[in-house]
Design a protein around this ligand. Structure first.
Ligand code: ZN
Length: 190
């Protein structure tokens, strides 16, 4: 089932996600629905907050953008095929930055048509539980590292606008104010 994505201005986007204690049938259904929602919206990632749930749960799929924006993956210290872990489900993820910050373009399904250059560490170490509740760990770089960091920010109530340079955010301020007002107006109508 395709779920409704909430936009900037919705309070849940600022909530830290609760830990997922076990992969219940309800969580499994939520994961399947989030995958479907990400696909439908051509997203690279989707966090639980974006469909209105404050949980430590996110789905990621970088395959659609792989040609223009490659990713790297290391499993047990050895290079691995990124596609092998796609689509990726991360439950209760912990991310440790590796390497220098690099700039790259980012958008967000909760900020339609808003894009900006964001600086983030080039690669990260990730540990999490997968969709079966099994522990996984890997090192990734490129677009996957960027996507993981963007999504894990969501799980902590952080948004990509918080990572923008002041000047970049100032240039987008009118659009952001408009989006926030639109979100609040739409909520009143419901
Ligand atoms: Zn986002």
């Amino acid at each position: 089932m395709v779920l409704e994505i909430v936009n900037f201005g919705t309070p849940v986007l600022r909530q830290k996600g609760a830990k997922v204690e076990s992969v219940t049938p309800e969580i499994k259904k939520l994961i399947a629905d989030m995958m479907e929602t990400m696909e439908e919206n051509h997203g690279v990632g989707l966090a639980a907050q974006q469909i209105g749930r404050a949980l430590q749960l996110t789905v990621i799929d970088v395959r659609g953008a792989a040609k223009e924006r490659p990713s790297t993956l290391e499993l047990d210290g050895k290079p691995a095929d990124v596609d092998e872990i796609m689509p990726l489900v991360l439950i209760n993820p912990i991310v440790t930055p590796v390497g220098e910050p690099v700039k790259g373009s980012e958008g967000c399904l909760s900020f339609p048509e808003i894009f900006a250059e964001i600086s983030r560490p080039e690669s990260v170490d990730v540990t999490a539980l997968n969709e079966k509740g099994k522990p996984i760990s890997f090192r990734c770089g490129g677009l996957l590292a960027r996507a993981v960091q963007h999504e894990v920010d969501h799980l902590n109530g952080l948004l990509f606008i918080d990572r923008m340079e002041k000047k970049v955010k100032a240039e987008l301020q009118d659009e952001l104010d408009y989006l926030q007002a639109e979100t609040k107006a739409a909520k009143k109508k419901k």
